[in-house]
Write a protein that binds this ligand. Structure first.
Ligand code: ADP
Length: 446
């Protein structure tokens, strides 16, 4: 097992990794920017190193600073969390060169899955259905219009390097195609450093359903069931649950088998998430794979009783998975709300000092958070301040607990998405489980 782990991240996920390390008895090193001096991850890690000014590009994305911190503190592994360097094949190679284990998949897997067009090709060959679409488009492709027409409008222009719901453009009419393509290409170049795009069929109001997998370096692969992440704003997840109200036992079994086979074929190890869209007829299509732990992993932990982060660390240390598929069972229901420091109406970030912070507790409630009373939400980073996770013996009980926990979650001094969550989870379509990714667009403003 590792001697000491450096966590190249901040916020709730840095704390989550510290929890796992403490339980595994592994000392931790936090890194922090000048803006995060008073953060809980700094307080609860065994050691902490300042890696630069508030801007992420100069701190949490600053590879030389992070590697220096790792060398000075003599760690033998780095956990990247999610975001920042978690999907950087380059960073993982630098770690390897320095003799430090990157807690993640091989650089090749990261490169492959980090390119959405390559991931589509690979997963189709590995047996997963994909959304009808093209490969990467060449500049001034003379076949462009014919290709889009063959897919059928509406189509979606997507950046191969896109992420976080960015780098997508819906095109409803052929005459808008060329413009959308040019804008998408230049936006993608600016945001992701690659202007490469492709086109796929745009599905109306699909469900976003993803499978959590765990895979070790000895050929062991299991799935931990699905999460339904259809409640989104601007293609970013806001509420996630497991199991999905739309997935039957039969579909779960079938999807699980297909995904395990595909993961084996691509020789993947680490935790991972294979994402699908389900159309309104229940057909499913692979969209992308995330090669890291995800924000919404707790709902899976609640229904399986498996600690995804501990399992990830064990696998990175070369151990075999501690569970086989036959030992995994799904019990009860779990729903997570992402509490963001944002206006619940406009989603404009609401940084500032939190004056009152009282997270709820009681039966079936888990809160993963980096906030406290007097904590200052910095404008430099992601607006996620807490994840509220409810568990119940069934969806009804999970919802009842979530409802009362939202009522008992007191945050003052900044705006949060709590009022929006109240509205979402009490909507008749949410209660009956009949919703797709367009749910929030159809919800009248609060
Ligand atoms: P990102 O990496 O930016 O998260 P994804 O490919 O995972 O991008 O897609 C994010 C979300 O965008 C999906 O959950 C879904 O809401 C929407 N989306 C992506 N592809 C399609 C599509 N072909 N049709 C309809 N919606 C889509």
């Amino acid at each position: 097992m590792f001697r000491k782990i450096l966590i190249a991240n901040r916020g709730e996920i840095a704390l989550r990794v510290i929890c796992a390390c403490k339980e595994l008895n592994i000392p931790t090193v936090a890194v922090y920017s000048e803006a995060d001096r008073n953060s809980l991850h700094v307080r609860f890690a065994d050691e902490a190193v300042c890696i630069g000014p508030p801007r992420s590009s100069e701190s949490y994305l600053n590879i030389p600073s992070i590697i220096s911190a790792a060398e000075v503190t003599n760690v033998d592994a780095i956990h990247p969390g999610y975001g920042y360097l978690a999907e950087s094949a380059h960073f993982s190679e630098v770690c390897e060169t320095c003799g430090i284990k990157f807690i993640g998949p091989s650089p090749d897997s990261m490169r492959l899955m980090g390119d959405k067009a390559a991931a589509r090709r690979t997963m189709r060959e590995a047996g997963l259905p994909i959304i009808p679409g093209t490969d990467v488009l060449q500049d001034k492709d003379p076949q462009l219009e014919a290709k889009a027409a063959a897919i059928g409008y509406p189509v979606l222009v997507k950046a191969v390097a896109g992420g976080g719901g960015r780098g997508m453009r819906i095109v409803r009419r052929p005459e808008d195609l060329q413009d959308a393509l040019s804008t998408a290409q230049s936006e993608a170049l600016g945001a992701f450093g690659s202007g490469a795009v492709y086109i796929e069929k745009y599905l109306e109001n699909p469900r976003h359903i993803e499978l959590q997998i765990l895979a070790d370096e000895h050929g062991g692969v299991v799935h931990l069931g699905e999460r339904d992440c259809s409640i989104q704003r601007r293609h970013q997840k806001l509420v996630e649950e497991s199991p999905s109200p739309a997935v039957s036992e039969g579909t779960r079994l079938e999807l699980g088998e297909k995904v395990i086979q595909a993961i084996r074929r691509v020789n993947y190890y680490n935790v991972g998430t294979v994402e699908f869209l389900f159309d309104q007829q229940g057909n499913y299509f692979f969209i992308e794979m995330n090669t890291r732990v995800q924000v919404e992993h707790p709902v899976t932990e609640m229904v399986t009783g498996i600690d995804v982060v501990k399992e990830q660390i064990r696998v990175a240390a070369g151990e075999k998975l501690s569970v086989s598929q036959g030992q995994i069972s799904f019990r009860g229901h779990s729903i997570e709300c992402r509490i963001n420091a944002e206006s619940p109406i406009t989603f404009i970030p609401s940084p500032g000092r939190i004056t009152v912070f009282h997270p709820p507790g009681g039966p079936g409630i888990r809160v993963d958070s980096c906030a406290y009373a007097d904590y200052v939400v910095s404008p430099h980073y992601d607006s996620l301040i807490a994840k509220l996770i409810a568990y119940g013996k069934d969806r009804r009980e999970a919802l009842a607990r979530l409802n009362r926990a939202l009522d008992m979650f007191a945050v003052e001094g900044i705006e949060t998405t709590i009022p929006l969550h109240k509205k979402i989870i009490n909507h008749p379509d949410f209660i009956t489980g009949k919703f797709g990714t367009g749910f929030l667009d159809q919800l009248p403003a609060i």
